[in-house]
Design a protein around this ligand. Structure first.
Ligand code: MAN
Length: 348
């Protein structure tokens, strides 16, 4: 059952609300923001996806070249070697490319609904060979020693998880790839359990295994070990093809509550919840049988890639979760959920 209260102002942000950040490009999608509070305002770290204005009969998209400069690649749409069946990905002669280049951009709001850019705060752009196809879907963990950003690094050789630390959203320390390929959807726990840091992550295995949620621990958030699988996809259900963690787990009396996404074979993305043991988060206490949120609004069903609700950021105040999410891989939306209500659905 869908128990999310969507904001009436949805979508809060669409590609037309911002100016393209890369010269000569247009914004095609705004997606999947990381969320945090900073200096009394709500901040969203948006994933902005850009590409050149498309010309008739040609598919063109940006990449970073070896010198770190944006370069546009183009393929003719009638080239028999081209596979353009997925709006997000291009297949050409055995190599995959992305149709857009993503980077991260900050917007701020006093009321959590109307967001604007603030020129004080620069965008975060892909850097180096492992980010030559861009960076995506950044989680923001608010810890007692600053903000820890976990995001997807995309390049022709890999999809993996990068870590960035910032105190002030102006200076950024990049720690490289902390989870090697194929891996994404990494959510850090915002406090230690015992004397260790923990993270949820999503490695993908092409043979045995699948696209499952794993847990890892670390003494320093840079070196991760003791990997354990905590949840797998479920045949015939809404999360049968892929699952991945959303934002940092929420600490409740009953356990760590994690809102995660699940997709089925038709790439329909819904949200569900996992409840993990407070002292041993490898232990799953409960898991949603039905989604707690599914694409039902128009803007969630139609867009760049329809039937998608994807979240990797929320704010929690007492019982209230203010969730920000990407709808149809194109616009940014907001919904409210109650911690207690989610926990109740897990008891049934
Ligand atoms: C998938 C989708 C895309 C994303 C790529 C690379 O194809 O989630 O939106 O760009 O993976 O991460």
């Amino acid at each position: 059952m869908d128990i999310a209260k969507r904001c009436e102002a949805n979508p809060l942000l669409t590609p037309r609300d911002l100016k393209p950040g890369i010269e000569g490009m247009e914004i095609t999608c705004l997606l999947n923001p990381g969320v945090f509070r900073y200096q009394g305002r709500t901040g969203l770290l948006l994933r902005v996806a850009e590409r050149p204005i498309q010309q008739e009969g040609i598919i063109s998209f940006p990449v970073y070249n070896k010198e770190g400069k944006i370069e546009v690649l183009s393929f003719s749409k009638d080239d028999p070697e081209l596979d353009a069946s997925d709006p997000r990905v291009i297949g050409y002669k055995g190599q995959n490319y992305l149709t857009t280049m993503s980077y991260l951009r900050l917007v701020f709001s006093e009321d959590g609904i109307h967001f604007k850019e603030d020129p004080q705060f620069p965008p975060i752009l892909g850097e180096g060979e492992l980010e030559s196809f861009g960076i995506e879907d950044c989680r923001v963990a608010t810890c007692n020693d600053g903000f820890y950003l976990t995001y997807t690094k995309v390049s022709p050789v890999a999809v993996g998880v990068g870590l960035i630390h910032t105190l002030d959203w102006k200076g950024f320390v990049r720690h490289g790839m902390i989870f090697p390929p194929h891996n994404k959807d990494c959510a850090l726990f915002e406090e230690k359990i015992g004397d260790k840091y923990f993270a949820l992550h999503r490695p993908s295995s092409p043979e045995l295994g699948g696209n499952y949620i794993w847990l890892a621990e670390s003494p320093d958030r840079l070196h991760w070990g003791n990997h354990q699988c905590v949840a797998i996809t479920r045949r015939g259900m809404w999360d049968s093809a892929r699952i991945g963690a959303g934002a940092s787990p929420i600490k409740t009396e009953d356990g760590w509550l994690e809102i995660y996404h699940g997709a089925d074979a038709n790439n329909r993305y819904c949200l569900g919840a996992l409840l993990l043991d407070l002292n041993n988060p490898a232990k799953v206490i409960a898991r949603s049988k039905e989604p707690i949120m599914e694409p039902i609004a128009d803007y969630e069903q139609t867009g760049f890639f329809g039937n998608v609700i994807f979240t990797n950021g929320h704010l929690v105040e007492g019982d209230r979760i203010t969730l920000y999410y990407g709808a149809s891989d194109e616009v940014i939306c907001r919904a409210e959920l109650s911690v207690r209500e989610i926990l109740n659905t897990l008891k049934k």
